[in-house]
Write a protein that binds this ligand. Structure first.
Ligand SMILES: Cc1cc2nc3c(=O)[nH]c(=O)nc-3n(C[C@H](O)[C@H](O)[C@H](O)COP(=O)(O)O)c2cc1C
Length: 231
């Protein structure tokens, strides 16, 4: 039993209430009301029909949607809530002109034509902000990671990459299409956008409403038995 003794099953459609019930009570009935499997349409939008896009419809991605996107991404889990991802949304002609020379040739057109290109980076000194993120453990958490930027930023990179994955799925959940790219010169992006050396570019992600008519057939994926074991 959880902390609140009386829980009523919410009426159909009252999903918001169901979520509140969930926080207050851990009974199976309440959990099922808010933790059910997504329907096929939602799974298709996030995974099975979702594709990597490179040609974009002429449809704006407003700043309010970028904020909504971040409000989802920030909820994804990271080690001790360290949240090292930092993002620069490049949408202006001036910003795109700064990015252009950093791109591999094959990524230029798709990036220049995208409504927005996100530079997904991480803060190599993320541990200095733990007092904002895990106040009760800030000093201890800082001691785990202090100085790791001198030896490859293992945790900053790992958690920043996880957040980059959440970013793609959150964008899809909001109806956006993504075009992630690692074909760029990270040193060039870092010196252009993060000249003090603290933030490090991880990957780029074009955002917009993709044109599915130009996509090639999906490449194969591994099956469970090829790459998974249950021990
Ligand atoms: C981290 C990352 C880097 C990628 N880099 C590039 C790139 O530089 N250029 C490109 O055209 N596609 C790039 N891709 C796109 C992948 O090739 C694509 O996501 C993959 O083939 C799956 O395609 P699908 O989502 O349409 O099934 C990248 C994808 C990811 C996740």
């Amino acid at each position: 039993m959880g902390s609140v003794p009386i829980v009523h099953r919410p009426a159909a459609g009252a999903q918001r209430d169901a979520r509140l019930v969930c926080f207050a009570d851990t009974r199976k009935e309440a959990r099922e009301a808010c933790m059910g499997k997504l329907d096929d349409r939602a799974l298709a939008q996030l995974f099975t029909d979702a594709r990597t896009h490179f040609k974009w419809h002429d449809r704006e991605v407003p700043d309010a949607l970028l904020r909504e996107l971040h409000d989802l991404v920030k909820m994804g889990p990271t080690s001790a809530n360290c949240c090292p991802m930092r993002v620069v949304f490049v949408r202006t002609d001036e910003g795109k002109a700064r990015l252009r020379p950093c791109l591999m040739q094959g990524n230029v057109d798709k990036t220049m034509s995208a409504p927005v290109t996100a530079i997904i980076a991480f803060d190599s000194l993320f541990y200095t902000r733990m007092h904002e993120l895990f106040p009760d453990m800030a000093d201890e958490a800082r001691s785990w990671w202090e100085g790791e930027e001198k030896t490859g930023s293992e945790h900053g990179f790992r958690n920043g990459t996880l957040q980059g994955g959440y970013f793609i799925l959150a964008a899809r959940a909001l109806g956006l299409d993504c075009g992630p790219m690692s074909g760029f010169d990270a040193d060039a992006v870092n010196s252009e956008f993060f000249p003090d050396g603290r933030f490090k570019a991880n990957f780029l992600c074009n955002l917009g409403y993709g044109d599915p008519s130009v996509l090639h057939p999906r490449l194969p994926r591994f099956d469970f038995d090829d790459v998974c074991q249950v021990v």
